[in-house]
Design a protein around this ligand. Structure first.
Ligand code: FAD
Length: 518
């Protein structure tokens, strides 16, 4: 015990020194504005491009609020191409920054590399290989550049499926595993990062390692939720289960927030209850838009609108129970029993029965609809938060019924749903609140190119409200403009985050767009 105490003291001192160095020393390693000069002298010509169309598209992302230009884009065709590029930067006197870009669905330049090289991971996708399902092992080995929709299509061919999802499936495996990957299944199965068995990672030194919780475990946990800071993930082994066939998909409207959250919390405490649980908020902002989805029958639009008008803010609980031939005869009864136990406003329950694929891929319809109207490639000043359960009622009063209602600008879905902390893993890099239950809140806004700053102001107002109230709120898909913000973001985990950075990417080459170490 004494030697343990001594070791942890030494450990603490080392971490403290590293933090002080990090805070005080301006990083000087990745300052070369012209990696192209180094690269063009090497074997990369042909794989690298400086064509303005490639550089321009690597400069923007789904958020459309930043434009950060790299010097060049690498279109790798093999793992070696990436390893060679990282080694070249690492071995060079004036290292250059580089970032893996999955599908570029970040909202704040997180996959950018200013004056460096963006690695376009999607160029690695080879339809003939890169995804291998093990029926006996119940896992899939997938190249990190694949989209989750592609993974699902492949595994369903064998009647199998990953269990933890994001709401939207056109995101890469590497991109969501760098963040967390959350949705209505998280309360039950944990985020996507807790459903990974093994990974291949190229570190910031250009070394390639296979890691799992038993092999190179520190690297494994560092990379999961690690915001691209410790290595480029090239392969992940994801757990699978037998896929259900269909989904009973129910929505219930509430006017009372405490009834709504009480029902949500009760449902996520059960191990054999629903398979998916989310929730959303509808705010009275003139003409209703959020709820006017194809979900609600047109005949009900008017009465839902008048309910929103009357109460100003209402809530929608969304649950799903999967079923197949064997459970077909009991699922209706089960859902009826569940409905009776809930405290929603009677008469405001909506039901759909869809295939498993239709349910998981539900956001695609909305995407295609928005694309057809030219409303997809617009600014998305999103704010995603984890709010501890003890603070969610205060958050409702201050943010949903306060800031959002008052400012009257938020459009797009506003999500609010709880998850169980014990389904996460503290050894991973992802930062989460301390309480056993915490809520994911997502303000998924679409804005105009001329007015997105107003939404950004609203985001700052919300963050200030949380900070002033010491609410222990943590950003998901985080953006912090200063290192002080990151230190607060990671809290007690900051020391280990810095220590791992020095260990796996000592020249601070990787994912500079996260703005953590620059
Ligand atoms: P990118 O934006 O390309 O990259 C994100 C970060 O990961 C960058 O720092 C990048 O450098 C790094 N990175 C990318 N690939 C690798 C790799 N192979 N190795 C190491 N680092 C890498 N998230 C949820 O959790 N749940 C949701 O329901 C959800 N819904 C969404 C819906 C939409 C419409 C959008 C646009 C986003 C949604 N997200 C959701 C957020 C999404 O998970 C993240 O933005 C994710 O990072 C996007 O994946 P990407 O492949 O586009 O990654």
């Amino acid at each position: 015990m004494a030697s343990y105490n001594f070791l942890s003291k030494v450990h603490l001192i080392v971490i403290t020194i590293l933090i002080i160095i990090t805070l005080l020393t301006p990083f000087t390693t990745n300052t070369s504005p012209q990696p192209w000069n180094i690269l063009s002298r090497n074997d990369f010509t042909g794989k690298l491009t400086t064509a303005s169309s490639s550089v321009e598209s690597a400069a923007i992302d789904f958020g459309h609020v930043t434009k950060i230009f790299p010097s060049a884009v690498l279109n790798p065709s093999s793992v070696e191409d990436i390893t060679d590029l990282i080694k070249l930067s690492y071995d060079s006197q004036s290292s250059f920054p580089l970032a893996a870009r999955g599908h570029g669905h970040s909202h704040r330049g997180q996959a950018s590399a200013k004056d460096g090289v963006v690695v376009n991971m999607r160029s690695m996708v080879n339809r003939d290989r890169g995804i291998k399902v093990s029926r006996t092992g119940l896992y899939v080995d997938v190249d990190a550049a694949w989209l989750w929709i592609e993974v699902l299509n492949k595994t369903l061919e064998l009647g199998l499926t990953p269990v933890s999802w994001t709401d939207y499936l056109y995101l890469t495996v590497g991109g969501t595993l760098s963040n967390g990957g959350i949705s209505g299944q998280t309360f039950r199965y944990g985020p996507q990062i807790t459903n990974v068995l093994e990974m291949d990672v190229i570190t910031g030194k250009g070394e390639i390692a296979t890691c799992s919780k038993d092999m190179n475990s520190d690297l494994f946990f560092a990379v999961l939720g690690g915001l691209g800071q410790f290595g480029i993930l090239t392969r992940a082994r994801i757990k699978l289960e037998v896929a259900p066939k269909r989904a009973k998909w129910l929505r219930f409207l509430y006017i009372d927030f405490s009834e709504f959250t009480r029902d949500q919390e009760r449902l996520i405490s059960k191990t054999d209850g629903v398979d998916f649980l989310e929730g959303s908020v509808m705010v009275d902002h003139g003409p209703p838009d959020n709820w006017r989805s194809t979900y609600y029958p047109p005949s009900d639009h008017l009465r839902i609108a008048s309910m929103v008008k009357r109460h100003r803010v209402i809530y929608c609980l969304e649950v799903v129970k999967y079923y197949d031939e064997t459970s077909q005869h009991t699922v209706n009864e089960e859902m009826e029993e569940l409905s009776e136990s809930l405290n929603y406003v009677r008469g405001f329950m909506y039901e759909k029965d869809v295939t498993y694929m239709e349910f998981l891929n539900r956001v695609r319809t909305g995407e295609l609809n928005l694309k057809s109207k030219g409303q997809w490639d617009v600014p998305h000043p999103w704010l995603n938060l984890f709010v501890p359960k003890s603070q969610i009622s205060k958050f409702d009063d201050g943010v949903f019924k306060g800031i959002i209602l008052r400012n009257n600008i938020t459009t797009g879905p506003v999500l609010v749903y709880p998850m169980n902390r014990n389904k996460w893993n503290d050894q991973m890099s992802a930062a989460i609140p301390e309480e056993d239950v915490f809520y994911a809140v997502g303000l998924l806004r679409s804005a105009g190119f001329d007015n997105w700053e107003a939404y950004d102001q609203e985001n700052m107002e919300i963050l200030k409200f949380c900070d002033d109230g010491n609410m222990g709120v943590i950003q998901y898909l985080p953006y912090h403009s200063s290192q002080e913000g990151w230190v607060r973001h990671f809290g007690p985990g900051w020391g280990i985050f810095v220590e791992r950075k020095y260990k796996y990417d000592p020249k601070m080459i990787l994912s500079p767009g996260q703005n953590i170490f620059q």
